[in-house]
Ligand binder design. Structure first.
Ligand code: NAP
Length: 249
């Protein structure tokens, strides 16, 4: 029963596609009701959540600003009563040589990947801290550990996500709220479409992955269930790589 999420409610951002969708479905399969929060409707995810016998709520929120954060959290709390699990997954990437990166692209990446993540976490954590339990999972990146190439804003934001994971864990661990992160390796989603479409880059990436293949969104689901479950009650401030061994090279 260590990984059983029955009776819990999870809020997952950016769950209409890719990693967020796979994480939402894994949490639902483990027993959690799901609130999908994002700028695009998550109907396909919701249909699968309901097919698993769980409740589903879709909340529209554009996380490029913090404006919709209070309303989104209030709606989820009204429907489910509590939010036991928060997965901060929504994120964007903007590629440019560092010398050419515009301020608009820099701000767009920080606002979605870091600022909205922090203030959504703050809003969800308030009731978690008041009742003394909760699981918060941030989606970090290999670029929480490495510099990357032509994505300086993304590297800065994802390195910030790793730092924030540790900072929040330090404040909230003693109050029963676990804050951890998952750092996916190279996963085949819209986020990495440009890399997948470049045969040279794609070959170079796969050659460096000990598992010998791109990751799939579903590869992230098990780590999310683990960190959301009682099995992770004594894990705080950890950034768990799910990368087919990329960082081990
Ligand atoms: P994805 O399919 O593009 O998913 C990104 C999600 O974020 C989508 O649901 C997207 O919604 C949502 N989103 C973006 N901007 C938003 C906004 N302003 N407001 C609300 N939602 C917004 O790509 P993914 O690879 O699954 O990415 C999910 C997370 O994993 C991201 O944080 C990404 O940085 C991280 N990650 C991915 C990889 C990888 O290899 N794929 C590796 C490490 C980390 P829309 O559909 O409306 O755009």
């Amino acid at each position: 029963m260590m990984f059983d999420l029955s009776g819990t409610a999870a809020l997952v951002t950016g769950a209409n596609s890719g990693i967020g969708q796979a994480v939402a479905l894994a949490l639902a399969a483990a027993g959690a009701d799901i609130a999908t929060v994002g700028r695009s409707a998550a109907d396909a995810t919701g249909a699968q959540v309901q097919a698993l016998g769980r409740r589903w709520l879709d909340v529209h929120a554009d996380l490029s600003t913090t404006a919709s954060v209070p309303g989104a959290v209030a709606t989820a709390l009204e429907t489910f009563g509590t939010i036991d699990i928060l997965v901060n997954n929504a994120g964007i990437i903007r590629r440019a040589d560092a010398i050419d990166m515009t301020e608009a692209d820099w701000d767009a990446v920080q606002n979605t990947n870091l600022k909205a993540l922090f203030f959504l976490t703050q809003a969800v954590a308030r009731p978690m801290l008041a009742r003394g339990s909760g699981k918060i999972i941030n989606i970090a990146s290999m670029l929480s550990f490495q510099g990357g190439v032509r994505v300086p804003g993304y590297t800065a934001a994802k390195s910030g996500v790793a730092g924030l994971t540790r900072a929040l864990a330090n404040e909230w661990a003693a109050h029963g709220v676990n804050v951890n992160a998952i750092a996916p390796g190279y996963i085949a989603t819209a986020n990495t479409a440009a890399l997948q479409a470049d045969p040279t880059r794609s070959r170079q990436i796969v050659e460096r992955i000990p598992a010998g293949r791109w990751g799939r969104p579903a590869d992230i689901g098990g780590a999310a269930v683990f960190l959301a479950s009682p099995a992770a009650d004594y894990i705080n401030g950890h950034v768990l790589a799910v990368d087919g061994g990329w960082l081990a090279r």
